[in-house]
Ligand binder design. Structure first.
Ligand code: SF4
Length: 474
């Protein structure tokens, strides 16, 4: 699977997607269907806003006391027979998992869909170590077979339609049945058959977790296909890579999140499969369980008073489905496993703003606020975006921008200089074309006219007109 290294800034990355009519049709269809269903599912609950505010309060309390709850989680996972590992960054997490798979004597592992392991690039790290990771979520399998990248948190292959998937299965799936058509039930049956032998042969399973309960040391995965349950119950060794922000204090807190998450993500009242495990149980399920707790920029994010709210995210993807920018640009342009509005605020915080793509992400939004309205944990994404934009402008003001502001200040400080500048600017109307618009200017002003035109300056300024008609220049 390709990595995100060296991605161009968002406007360049989005260019080809915006020009791809088929992709835009796929995205518009899928996001429209999901957001309409979600709105109906949410409208069924009278206390949705109370649930939302409760979830926000639980998450904020947990994040404010993260150290306490993580230590409690570690104690209880250990007490239940599991092993806890702490990973400062992606490389450390990948090394821990690679060594654990080797210790288990395996060269293959089945995987549950997991954002944390996409974030660390685990599949690539395992591949470099000679270990094959097999994605078992249907959409992730489509992405893996196509050597592609996910473009949506919940529906990673949202950019593919059924004809493209049928073609991919016929070409890339070695055991695809003869005569496989593009019919969705046939495609699902082919994938199920393809994965069945992998599940039965697997000795190592790798998962993430939607939540981790500190009080009991329990981990929880919600999913729709049952592949997750196979991965976390059939292999002898289970390794779960979980971001530190996934911890919740108690079992009771789950009640709130299990009401919010399915309605916000798949528009279901409850998930078809909710699998919960606590350590190991002799003779039942994996006998060797490892929890890898991942920081990878989360502690730094926690230190940011505005940006830390991004850590409340429960990865439901509702913000993607309502975002007009995501709907047109698709997920790949965000250069991260976290696309859409949440990606625009989370990726630059987790990775820093040193790369072109991360520096550009806070600007990949119209600030319409639809993401905030639908977010089940009330993350004020526009607020974080505006804060990040202002920091970016402070840190990356260009030489040309500084020069323009310095020159403007010099001119505006003197009425005489302003009058001279206005007279000079009025000459610009001679380069205006038909309709009184200026369509092309030389660099650096071409940065404006490359994508829009400009009105021709009037023949005289307001001050000149006032002085001419009222007899005073004051
Ligand atoms: S930011 Fe909110 S709406 Fe978006 S994925 Fe996270 S929890 Fe869902």
């Amino acid at each position: 699977m390709p990595t995100y290294l060296g991605m161009p800034a968002f406007p360049q990355a989005a260019k080809s997607a915006v020009g791809n009519a088929q992709l835009r049709r796929n995205l518009t269809h899928a996001t429209t269907v999901i957001r309409t269903k979600r709105a109906k599912a949410v409208a069924e609950l009278d206390d949705w806003e109370q649930l939302r505010q409760t979830a926000k309060a639980i998450k904020d309390h947990t994040l404010a006391n993260l150290g306490t709850y993580l230590v409690r989680l570690e104690e209880n996972v250990t007490r239940a027979g599991g092993h806890v590992h702490w990973a400062r960054d992606a490389a450390e997490a990948n090394d821990i998992v690679t060594n654990l798979v080797r210790q288990a004597g395996a060269d293959r592992a089945v995987k549950v869909k997991s954002m944390a392991t996409q974030e660390t690039g685990l599949n690539e790290a395992l591949e470099a170590a000679g270990i094959t990771a097999i994605e078992t979520d249907l959409a992730e399998l489509i992405v893996q077979l196509g050597h592609d990248r996910p473009s949506h948190i919940l529906v990673p292959a949202i950019h593919r339609n059924r004809a493209e998937i049928g073609q991919l299965f016929r070409v890339a799936m070695a055991d695809a049945p003869a005569g496989l058509t593009d019919d969705p039930p046939q495609l699902a049956a082919a994938a199920r058959q393809h994965l069945r032998n992998e599940f039965l042969a697997a000795t190592v399973g790798i998962s993430g977790a939607n939540f981790a309960v500190a009080d009991t040391g329990s981990l929880l995965v919600v999913e729709s296909e049952g592949n997750g349950r196979m991965c976390v119950t059939l292999p002898n060794t289970l390794i779960s890579v979980v971001g530190v922000e996934k911890v919740l204090p108690s079992w009771r807190d789950l009640e709130v999140f299990l009401a919010l998450l399915p309605r916000s993500s798949t528009a279901e009242r409850m998930n078809p499969y909710t699998t919960i495990w606590s350590g190991v149980t002799p003779g039942d399920g994996p006998q060797d369980f490892h929890l890898v707790l991942l920081d990878n920029g989360r502690t730094d994010t926690l230190a940011d008073a505005t940006g830390r709210q991004a850590l409340r995210c429960i990865r439901c993807s509702a913000c993607l489905n309502v975002c007009p920018v995501y709907e047109r640009a698709g997920g790949h342009a965000y250069g991260s496993p976290y696309p859409g509005p949440i990606g625009a605020i989370l990726s630059p915080q987790l990775r820093g703003v040193g790369s072109a793509i991360d520096a550009s992400l806070p600007f990949a939004s119209s600030l319409c606020g639809a993401c905030y309205e639908v977010c089940p944990v009330a993350i004020n994404i526009p607020e974080v975006l505006v804060e990040q934009r202002s920091r970016s402008v402070e840190n990356h003001r260009h030489f040309s921008e500084r020069a323009v502001f310095a020159a403007s200040g010099y001119v505006l400080r003197s009425p005489r200089r302003l009058a001279l500048a206005q007279r000079a600017a009025s000459l610009g109307r001679h380069v205006a074309g038909r309709g009184g618009r200026i369509r092309r200017l030389p660099p650096p002003l071409s940065a404006w006219t490359d994508t829009r035109d400009a009105p021709a300056p009037p023949p005289e300024s307001f001050r000149a007109w006032w002085a001419r008609t009222r007899g005073t220049g004051k």
